[in-house]
Design a protein around this ligand. Structure first.
Ligand SMILES: [Zn+2]
Length: 482
């Protein structure tokens, strides 16, 4: 397959070309120069970080004539010549019967491993050192592991082992303690993206910088994944690869579409949110993938803000938490699109409160402030309630419990009512309250089942205007006195 070909072709030929693992290539170059290589290495790291490539370089270098000559004469070696790739040993390395490669994940039978390991006791056929490269060592059976352990404890002469694993915690401590451990790091995006651009130039492909960055981010530290993604775009695309191409080829949703969803939710615009979700669904990307992309995009936007020294945008934590929750709900569900849609629409509703509702009524406020608060409340209700039956009905159950000049506290008898208000109407109510008061007003909500019934329960809608007017005119301290 083409993608394997590119990854294979891009494998480093010398230690100097090992990308993103300088701590390892530097240490190994010193050890090789000083002829201090170990006979057993445990290469630990996530997939695609260069473990097998490094094992092959070491196996080759152990047999390289140039390297061995330099070791004998004490000439320091440069990373660029480890191995030299020119001597007979280097040129014949791939066909050498003395280099045995073995994937424990696919050949796990004890017989297989025993057969392979038995050759370790025989002298190398053509090389100086016989080398064994075993991938995914943690997948081997206990018996196989014991055979290897025995070989490492009492190694035959001129044999070296390179044991690679993605899960070091599953490798027995007895093996770990007898090997020199090389820890491979995740390769940073800032290393992967320029590397992809270099390869693209080499292939005479115009890979856009933002496209390279997107691939680097998707690769999550794995060079193999990065090259595979790049190859997918390369083999199905033309001589130019843009960000849009990357999204299309890899079945991703574009940042532009994600930003539209995020902006709409942030603006608490449910109509725009619904439209943006529809556009996203129409792009054919799976709902859980959209949710994951939204989280990644939010993280990117957040980091960009941090770098610019800006404040993070409000509600980002709530948004990420809700999306994460929706992803787990989508798993195994037959209606993932609806789950995502409802999650986003709920977030787009004015202000979320749910779990954090205080359940204790506030301290009795001063009556003057409370009057002013009630005045604002009734003013808003006269406008708001007229236009909207739901809010009219809801606010009839509401009691103004406090007002400190800036924050108007509304009391509800149940959390359900409070949530209905918080989820649907709070922001709109705040805007109207600000208009009525002539300055910004924040609404706070409390739940107390012992609250007295709202006066509005007994007041019919036409009378409410009169109530507000009367309060205004007489400065009454309590609506009930009217
Ligand atoms: Zn060589």
């Amino acid at each position: 397959m083409a993608q394997e070909a590119l990854y294979g072709r891009a494998r480093p030929k010398t230690l100097a070309k090992l990308i993103g693992q300088d701590h390892i290539s530097n240490a190994l170059a010193q050890a090789i120069s000083g002829d201090r290589l170990s006979h057993a290495y445990l290469l630990v790291g996530t997939r695609g970080t260069g473990k097998t490539s490094t094992a092959r370089l070491l196996a080759k270098a152990m047999n390289c004539d140039t390297v061995r000559d330099a070791q004998k004469s004490g000439r320091p070696l440069d990373k660029k010549e480890i191995p030299c790739n020119k001597c007979d040993a280097c040129r014949n390395f791939n066909a050498s019967p003395d280099n045995v490669e073995f994937d424990a994940a696919s050949n796990r039978s004890v017989e297989d491993v025993t057969r392979m390991l038995s050759t370790a006791y025989l002298a190398p056929l053509v090389s100086h050192t016989k080398t064994f490269i075993i991938d995914e060592i943690h997948m081997l059976s206990t018996e196989a592991i014991n055979s290897i352990l025995k070989l490492i404890e009492e190694p035959p002469s001129n044999v070296a082992f390179f044991l690679a694993t993605t899960e070091v915690n599953k490798v027995p401590i007895t093996i770990r303690s007898r090997c020199q451990v090389l820890n491979f790091r995740l390769i940073p995006q800032t290393t992967i993206a320029p590397y992809l651009l270099r390869i693209a130039r080499h292939l005479e492909v115009d890979l856009h910088e933002d496209a390279a960055k997107k691939i680097a981010r998707l690769a999550e530290g794995s060079m193999r994944d990065a090259l595979t993604y790049f190859d997918q775009c390369y083999s199905s695309g033309g001589k130019e690869i843009s960000l849009v191409d990357v999204d299309e080829m890899l079945g991703l949703i574009s940042d532009e579409k994600l930003d539209k969803i995020i902006s709409a939710v942030n603006a608490h615009d449910r109509r725009a949110t619904a439209d943006a979700i529809t556009v996203a669904f129409n792009s054919g990307v799976a709902p859980n993938s959209i949710a994951e992309s939204l989280i990644t995009r939010l993280r990117d936007l957040e980091f960009a803000k941090l770098n610019r020294g800006e404040k993070s945008f409000a509600g980002v934590d709530t948004l990420v938490d809700a999306l994460r929750k929706s992803i787990s709900e989508m798993y195994g569900s037959g209606i993932p699109d609806i789950i995502l849609e409802m999650t986003l629409l709920k977030l787009a509703a004015p202000v979320q409160m749910s779990a954090q509702l205080p359940t204790v009524a506030p301290v009795q406020p001063s009556s003057t402030n409370l009057d002013a608060g009630k005045k604002i409340f009734y003013d808003v209700l006269n406008n708001f309630g007229r236009q909207d039956d739901d809010i009219n009905h809801l606010l009839k159950k509401t009691v103004v419990t406090n007002f400190d000049g800036k924050t108007l506290t509304l009391g509800f008898k149940s959390a359900t009512l409070a949530n209905m208000f918080g989820n649907n109407r709070q922001v709109e109510f705040e805007q109207q309250a600000a208009q009525a008061a002539g300055h910004p007003i924040k609404i706070s909500v409390v739940v107390d089942k012992n609250l007295s019934a709202s006066i509005l329960d007994q007041v019919s809608e036409p009378d409410r205007t009169a109530l507000a007017d009367a309060m205004n005119a007489f400065g009454a301290s309590d609506a009930t006195k009217i």
